[in-house]
Design a protein around this ligand. Structure first.
Ligand SMILES: [Zn+2]
Length: 176
C-alpha cells in the first residue's frame, strides 16, 4: 500500500497565523480503532522524550496522533507497529490527561488549573478571556502542541464539557 504523503495546509483564519490544520491519518489507531491525525516530523521531534526519539529516529515521518480521549496511546506509526504512550512524550495531552497542570494552550502556557481558577473566581465571559490569552503571543503549535495543530478546537470541547458556552470573541484574534 502506498501511504499518503504528509502535508499540512496553512490555517485559514483571518489572522494569518502559521499553524497548520491536520490531515486524517492513513491508518486507524491499532488499539482503539479510531482514525487519528497525521503529525509532522517537527511535532514528533519536539514531543518525544530524548531516549524514545533516538530509538524511533528513522520513523519520525510516519506518526499519527490518536484523537480518542479514552485511548492511552498518543502516537502510532503508519505500520501500526509502534505505539507511544504519554509517559514517552514531554507534554501532557489536553484531551487525554485530567491533571490540572495539563495545558489548554501550549504556546501561551494556559493550564487547565487556570481555567478552574477562573471558574472558582466567578469570572464572567471566560471564553473571551481564554481567547484573549490564546491570541496574546506568538504561536508555534506544530512544535508545542502534541497534536501539532492549534489548540482552539480542544479548548472549545473542554470548556463545553464544563457546561460553558464558547462564544467567538470579536475583540480577540484567536488563532484559527
Ligand atoms: Zn487510540
Amino acid at each position: 500500500m502506498i501511504l499518503k504523503k504528509f502535508s499540512t495546509s496553512s490555517c485559514d483564519c483571518s489572522q494569518g497565523c502559521d499553524c497548520a490544520t491536520s490531515q486524517d491519518a492513513s491508518a486507524s489507531c491499532p488499539v482503539c480503532g479510531e482514525l487519528g491525525k497525521k503529525v509532522s516530523a517537527h511535532t514528533i521531534k519536539s514531543q518525544l522524550k530524548k531516549e524514545t526519539l533516538q530509538y524511533y529516529a528513522s520513523h519520525i515521518d510516519n506518526f499519527n496522533f490518536c484523537n480518542n480521549p479514552k485511548c492511552k496511546f498518543v502516537y502510532y506509526d503508519d505500520s501500526k507497529s509502534i505505539l507511544i504512550t504519554q509517559d514517552e512524550i514531554k507534554s501532557k495531552v489536553t484531551i487525554k490527561n485530567d491533571d490540572p497542570t495539563t495545558p489548554l494552550c501550549y504556546c501561551q502556557k494556559l493550564l487547565k488549573k487556570d481555567f478552574f481558577a477562573m471558574l472558582e473566581a466567578g469570572e464572567q465571559n471566560i471564553s473571551a478571556k481564554l481567547q484573549e490569552i490564546i491570541a496574546s503571543g506568538k504561536s508555534f503549535c506544530e512544535k508545542s502542541n502534541p497534536k501539532g495543530v492549534c489548540c482552539t478546537e480542544d479548548i472549545k470541547a473542554f470548556v463545553a464539557s464544563h457546561g460553558l458556552i464558547w462564544e467567538n470573541s470579536s475583540t480577540s484574534n484567536s488563532c484559527c
